[in-house]
Design a protein around this ligand. Structure first.
Ligand SMILES: [Fe+2]
Length: 243
């Protein structure tokens, strides 16, 4: 029996860093509700945008600070640093030491992209990140117009060696909406490596957690456990020092 709790692989839980939680109180509220929903661990994955201070140095510090606040409040959620890299044309000019990855371990990294059609920079920038030794995971492809229009892009992503992360909230979107149709299709096709909350605030958390229930209805407990426990557990393991 798997007694490990769920591991959230995508969250904007850190307060006052990006467009996520806007106060410590909001972070604590969201963390408490994630625990109630069965989560024991959460990666803090703030946006890695040029206008933010997110980096491989700052996120671990911010994560430790929030962990202290959770511990003081008696909220049993273990936090781990991470980040969400926005793929853009000039990304490869960044200092590789700044690039955020899960646990800052340089093994798995989450990235997002917003595109109506895949831009010319997509493949070169992906390859640059891969040249740093990163196993890349594309965040919420179902939210991208290019993917909604052509779901078979998942084959191309797989050829490039990308893994996919689905967003729970998309399962709470209105039936028939592009995001809901695409996320359900990818779940049924077993395209995802993992599911994440992508939580941003107290207001939308309930819809995200309802999405978890819908995922169970759609693909069953065992598969949801693979996407929220087993595979995220591989990432967590990759962040821990070998002893
Ligand atoms: Fe995100």
């Amino acid at each position: 029996m798997n007694t490990t709790g769920r591991i959230d692989v995508h969250s904007h839980l850190l307060p006052c860093v990006d467009d996520g939680c806007a106060s410590l109180a909001e972070s604590l509220d969201c963390a408490r509700r994630m625990v109630a929903a069965g989560y024991t661990d959460s990666f803090c994955t703030p946006h890695y945008w040029p206008n933010l201070k997110t980096s491989a140095k700052t996120v671990p510090q911010w994560t430790r600070e929030l962990q202290s606040a959770l511990d003081s409040a008696g909220i049993p959620l273990r936090l781990h640093p991470g980040g969400e890299i926005n793929l853009r044309a000039g990304l490869s000019e960044s200092d590789p030491a700044d690039i955020v990855s899960y646990g800052m371990a340089g093994k798995y990294a989450l990235f997002d992209l917003w595109a109506d059609v895949l831009p010319d920079f997509f493949e070169p920038q992906v390859k640059w990140l891969q040249s740093l030794g990163l196993q890349l995971i594309l965040a919420h492809p179902e939210r991208m117009r290019a993917v909604q229009d052509d779901p078979d892009l998942a084959d191309y992503f797989a050829e490039l060696g990308l893994l996919l992360q689905g967003n729970l909230q998309c399962l709470s979107d209105p039936a028939g909406s592009d995001t809901r149709v695409t996320v359900e299709l990818y779940l049924k096709q077993d395209r995802y490596f993992m599911l994440g909350s992508d939580l941003h605030n107290s207001r939308t958390l309930e819809a995200r957690l309802n999405g978890l229930k819908r995922a169970v209805e759609l693909i069953g407990d065992e598969t949801v456990d693979r996407l929220t426990k087993e595979n995220p557990g591989k990432i967590l393991l990759s962040t821990q020092p070998i002893v």
